[in-house]
Design a protein. Structure first.
Lengths: 328, 292, 346
């Protein structure tokens, strides 16, 4: 089997803090193929953002990272920083959640995109300008020649996010990591951004790691989905397989918690609640992290960490009692 | 109705206090500041007990004596024990520093609250007035007031307090301005709570952290202020010991016995520095955003 | 709804903010709300949906009299509260209360949760001492919190628990109207479900009316009886829930519904979304005539009328109101998408 574009093995991230060690990510492994859209799904504190930032070593110095992340065969986590800087922005690009704060308010849009281009591709001023206009057109910003002279505060949230995406794809990266790219945007704007990302994937063949808590977004654009809980992988499958046959009680709970279009008949359905709260990351439980909230919990799940097993073809679950027998 | 809360609480209150303590202890400079500041305050309060000699006792046999076992820091131009005078001088400085700061708070906080919370026409008036006062350096204002009021420790304290008030008004106003936008304030309004109730229950308690830090930073400024005023003859009058008075009296002897100026000068520096370090440390500890 | 008089009646509500102080010569006006009318009946849950700049939060603030409306009237239980003084308003404040979006700023960090929940009871002098404490404990029970938590401080509770405290506070004096301003948007999905279920249960038990403000259509479809859609300071469509979702008439509503993502890959990928061009115009300078015309795919058909005339909110039958020039008197509305695609939305 050919080497995947990105192969993450046993990634763990620990933060040293006042209260002791906080285990944000514990033993995460996954593979990303070229042109694939991988959805990393979970609620707050599950480690999805931390794990992707760890790949490019964007975390503060209090973070202790272990494991490996092989990009085209070379481990990003062991690489000298100089070489890593060449990869950041050029081979692997990041799009953040808040377009408000991710763009520098003191520089024009054109200047900021130009900065990325000149650092990685060493283009002349004229060439960079031309390419910038092309990029803005690629992300469907109207009147791009005018926009390059504008400052971020003159643009709307949706536009700013498009600019972020333009900056990210400027050098034709192989992987685009998008951390909650549409969460801060209105619904109608979000639809546009998702359509744009789909389009970019078609045209440029970029693989995308899409981090989100929104299952609808995942259903829209992801090829494969990883559900994370408390820093560990709970379930992984192709998108249709996951939604049709969810196995982990957490995944089932998540799917049941989202209000859906009302099927004819019972309009007074109850949303599925998952009792309790996401556990504190200060203690790494030596058992299934979901056990305190799980309707299927028993002696076994409270004493051991469930291993990741292939339950159905190409469908992995870390659970002692998997199964999609309707509501958990 | 079922209970859906199964998991234990996030952070019990006692743990939070211990957490703050631990954060503080991790900062050696802050701890140093606390220890030294405390030492000054305690020795100022216990001056009669701690001072080895009577600060007013002159000894014409031992004028400008060098440090010895009898007089650890030597004697001054009238034969008085310098160490004892420094300890007693701390009284004047700490008293002025703390009381002036308290006075400034008592003046500034209500004005700032009213300006920041109610806004309206009152706010621009108060703000402009404060801006005018802030255009004058703090010491100039204090000196001017002290000159008008007449020289004494009490008047110096009042002058310093009034001089420090405009800066605090601005800070209190800023806090009130930010806090009134919080949702819990809107909820209180929605409950029908009136302005005074909201200020007392919701705004003021949430400003306390900032005010405490500001106080620990204002005290050193007031201490230096008192030393300056006394140096200029506007504060404590000789023979009452005060660091400023001692500095003033040391002027003619600078070349012969520089230690007469050095020791009180060091006392001022150490005392104010300790309060500053303490204030910095407190600010870091109380700010939830700082990492360690 | 039924024969009872409505709990809340809002008529031609207008709220303009002045951006730019007098000194800087700022004459710019933010048209946050520009002529909004609706009513809520007893026990009814009206959803107010809109994107940023729609003015929905400003409507809530006006109804709660946290700001004073520029024009129009707000009647609570038949009483005109639009310009009442704070003193006259105070007894009426018992009848309406609000739950806020941000669980972190809606509770005073210096007060215990019990004090927070008990504050309205204390302010309205409805209980004191032991009786107050008993009532607070009871309220905690009602919202699904252990009564011991009333001695804790907000920072010791999770986001979901804090929202429950906010709910308990809002319901403590038994208001007839609850305004919920994006109450679950800041919470995790699994916690959202619990709060939404709770809200609905409480409404069934206590029978209060509710104005539910949100941008999330799925939530609206789950919890609301009727839905009003806002765009740039105006209501452009109102309808009973089922009708709004099966037969949206206004082009903006149709675009909004088609843009929502559904957690079902088979369904989601066969849907076609109407992608609206351009940005939402600024409330500082709303378009003349129909405010949606700058982004409306049907603008060529509605011009030039849509440039000059504001479409009035008209009743087209069955409790369904629409403000659009292209909607006929009988309710015939233009479709932005093929009927098959619309049906697939479910």
């Amino acid at each position: 089997m050919p080497e995947p574009l990105l192969r993450v093995d046993d990634l763990s991230v620990r933060f040293e803090s006042d209260e002791g060690a906080v285990h944000a990510v514990d033993g995460l492994s996954f593979a990303l193929e070229p042109g694939q859209v991988l959805g990393l799904v979970g609620e707050s504190g599950c480690g999805k953002s931390v794990s992707s930032m760890a790949l490019l070593r964007l975390l503060p110095p209090t973070a202790v990272i272990s494991g490996s992340a092989r990009f085209q065969g070379v481990d990003l986590l062991q690489m000298p920083v100089r070489r890593l800087r060449q990869i950041r922005g050029r081979e692997i690009a990041f799009v953040f959640q808040e377009p408000m704060t991710s763009l520098n308010p003191s520089f024009t849009v054109g200047r900021q995109i130009g900065e990325v281009l000149s650092r990685h591709l060493s283009l002349s001023r004229g060439e960079a300008r031309e390419r910038t206009v092309d990029l803005l057109r690629l992300v469907r910003i109207p009147a791009p020649e005018r926009r390059i002279r504008e400052y971020p505060h003159q643009l709307s949230g949706g536009m700013r996010q498009r600019v972020m995406i333009a900056m990210a794809v400027a050098c034709g990266p192989k992987i685009l990591i998008a951390d909650e790219p549409t969460t801060a945007l209105d619904v109608t704007i979000q639809a546009g951004i998702l359509s744009l990302m789909r389009d970019l994937r078609e045209r440029l063949g970029t693989a995308i790691v899409l981090i989100t808590h929104n299952l609808g977004v995942v259903a829209d654009i992801a090829d494969r989905v990883i559900v994370m809980y408390a820093g560990r992988k709970a379930e992984e499958a192709d998108v249709r397989e996951l939604f049709r046959h969810p196995q982990h009680p957490y995944t089932i709970g998540l799917l049941g918690a989202v209000p859906r279009p009302v099927e004819s008949g019972d309009s007074r359905q109850r949303l599925q609640e998952i009792p309790g709260r996401v556990p504190s990351m200060a203690e790494l439980p030596g058992h299934c992290a979901f056990a305190p909230r799980c309707p299927r919990a028993d002696e076994l799940t409270r004493s051991e960490i469930p291993p990741l097993r292939e339950i159905r073809p190409d469908h992995l679950v870390a659970c002692f009692h998997p199964g999609s027998d309707g509501r958990a | 109705m079922s209970y859906v809360e199964v998991a234990p609480l996030v952070t019990p209150r006692a743990r939070r206090r211990r957490l703050l303590l631990r954060r503080f202890v991790r900062r050696p400079f802050a701890v140093l500041g606390l220890v030294v500041a405390l030492a000054f305050v305690v020795s100022a309060i216990l001056a009669p007990v701690v001072a080895p000699a009577n600060p007013d006792a002159t000894d014409f046999n031992a004028l400008l004596a060098h440090p010895s076992s009898e007089h650890l820091l030597g004697t001054d131009e009238l034969g008085r024990d310098i160490l004892s005078r420094i300890i007693w001088g701390a009284r004047a400085s700490i008293q002025a520093g703390v009381l002036a700061t308290l006075l400034a708070m008592v003046i500034a906080v209500p004005i700032g609250l009213v300006a920041g919370y109610y806004r309206g026409w009152l706010d621009p008036v108060i703000s402009r007035f404060t801006d005018v006062l802030l255009a004058f350096p703090f010491l100039i204002v204090a000196v001017g007031l002290a000159a008008i009021l007449g020289p004494s420790l009490l008047n110096a304290t009042i002058a310093l307090g009034v001089g420090a008030a405009p800066g605090l008004i601005r800070i209190a106003r800023g806090e009130a301005l930010a806090l009134r936008e919080e949702d819990y304030v809107r909820a209180a309004v929605a409950n029908g709570a009136g302005g005074p109730t909201i200020l007392a229950r919701h705004i003021l308690p949430n400003m306390m952290n900032t005010l405490i830090v500001q106080a620990t930073v204002t005290i050193p400024a007031a201490i230096i202020g008192e030393a300056t005023l006394s140096f200029l003859g506007l504060g404590v009058q000789p023979p009452t010991p005060s660091w400023g008075v001692m500095l003033s009296a040391a002027q003619p002897y600078i070349s012969d016995a520089p230690r007469l100026a050095l020791y009180p000068g060091l006392a001022v520096v150490c005392c104010t520095l300790s309060f500053n370090l303490l204030g910095d440390g407190l600010r870091d500890v109380l700010d939830p955003r700082t990492q360690r | 709804m039924n024969g009872d008089s409505p709990v809340l009646e809002v008529a031609d509500l207008v709220k303009h903010f002045h951006a730019g102080g007098r000194l800087s010569g700022g004459a710019s006006v933010v048209h946050a709300v520009d002529g909004v009318s609706f009513s809520i009946g007893k026990g009814e849950l009206l959803g107010l949906v809109g994107e940023s700049g729609s003015g929905k939060s400003t409507v809530a603030n006006c109804v709660m009299r946290l700001v004073e409306p520029t024009a129009g009237t707000v009647r609570l239980q038949g009483v005109d509260i639009t310009h009442l003084s704070a003193r006259r308003l105070r007894p009426l404040r018992r009848e309406m209360h609000m739950v806020f979006q941000d669980p972190y700023s809606s509770l005073n960090p210096r007060m215990t949760c019990g004090d927070i929940v008990g504050e309205p009871l204390r302010l309205h002098r409805l209980a004191r001492g032991r009786r107050l404490d008993a009532q607070v404990a009871d309220l905690f029970n009602r919202v699904g919190l252990r009564p011991e938590l009333r001695y804790r401080y907000p920072h010791e509770l999770s986001g979901g628990q804090r929202q429950r405290v906010g709910l308990a506070r809002a319901l403590s004096v038994g208001p007839s109207l609850l305004i919920a301003d994006e109450p679950v948007s800041a919470l995790d999905v699994s916690v959202q479900a619990a709060i939404l279920n709770l809200l609905r249960d409480l409404q069934d038990d206590l029978g209060f009316s509710c104005l539910f403000i949100t941008h999330d259509l799925a939530t609206v479809e789950f919890i609301c009886d009727r839905v009003a859609v806002m765009y740039l300071g105006q209501i452009i469509e109102v309808a009973p829930r089922a009708q709004l979702f099966s037969e949206p008439k206004h082009p903006y509503t149709q675009a909004l519904l088609s843009a929502a993502v559904v957690p079902d890959p088979d369904l989601q990928r066969t849907r076609r979304a109407v992608v609206l061009e351009g940005d939402i115009p600024s409330p500082l300078d709303p378009p003349s005539g129909c405010r949606f015309r700058t982004r409306c795919p049907l603008e060529p058909e509605s011009a030039p009328r849509s440039h000059e005339e504001e479409p009035p909110l008209r009743h087209v039958g069955g409790g369904h109101w629409v403000a659009c020039h292209l909607v006929g008197p009988g309710g015939r509305a233009p479709r932005l998408l093929e009927p098959e695609a619309v049906e697939a939305q479910g």
